[in-house]
Design a protein around this ligand. Structure first.
Ligand SMILES: *Cc1c(COP(=O)(O)O)cnc(C)c1O
Length: 217
């Protein structure tokens, strides 16, 4: 697969769903990819990337931004509270707001800086015990409490359970977002981004289909 193929597939999925061209943002997930693959995608003109680890992102993106100009950087991995300060300085969006302590920390940082990245509340739609995220039944209260802290929320995000049909999870996330007045829907990865677009995704997070398989050291 190439970036062009993925862009074409997104455009087709938008059209099939009766959605406006360009209504879905493609986040190219570059975690643990060799630098030359990331550079190749930058050279093709792509400027929206996702990373899972603060430290890895910090070691990579300041230089790449100097070289390629503005890059829209999205944090899509679990965020430790003690890395939140670095994260808000580095990232344009955080997709993994998944607990009250992180909300409180981000609210304090936002007040001190007078700015905050776009925030997506991560929902554990499959209620998987090992997975981060707010349980669906707690979502409304959590979203209200974030708003009580003056945090502006952009959307909701989910990672459906592996090996399950993603569609019910996408629909459940869309329901939560709709009833809470959240416009953004961060859902869909290499294997299911077209289904996510059909279900209303505004942000798809695609890694291996663009860059090739990840090899973890
Ligand atoms: C790694 C990752 C992705 C990308 O996964 P692919 O299957 O390679 O497209 C998307 N979202 C999250 C949260 C990830 O951690």
């Amino acid at each position: 697969m190439s970036l062009t193929d993925i862009r074409n597939r997104i455009a087709t999925a938008e059209a099939l769903a009766g959605r406006a061209p360009g209504s879905v943002r493609l986040i190219a997930v570059s975690k643990v990819q060799p630098l030359e693959r990331v550079v190749a995608v930058l050279e093709e003109g792509h400027r929206v990337f996702g990373e899972n680890y603060v430290q890895e992102a910090q070691s990579k993106w300041p230089e790449l931004r100097e070289r390629f100009g503005a890059v829209d950087l999205h944090m899509i991995g679990p965020l430790q509270t003690n890395k939140a300060k670095v994260a808000v300085e580095l990232f344009d969006a955080i997709h993994t707001l998944d607990r009250a302590s992180l909300a409180e920390k981000l609210a304090r940082l936002a007040q001190a800086r007078g700015a905050c990245p776009e925030l997506f509340v991560q929902i554990n739609t499959g209620a998987e015990p090992q997975k981060a995220g707010i349980l669906p039944e707690d979502a409304d209260a959590f979203i209200a409490s974030c708003r009580g802290l003056d945090l502006a929320l952009s959307g909701a995000m989910c990672i459906p359970p592996e090996g399950e049909d993603s569609v019910p999870h996408f629909n459940s996330l869309a329901d939560i977002a709709r009833r809470n007045g959240l416009e953004g829907l961060s859902m869909g990865m290499s294997g299911d981004f077209e289904a996510a677009i059909a279900a209303g995704a505004t942000h798809v997070r695609v890694g291996s289909a663009i860059f090739g398989a990840r090899t973890y050291a």
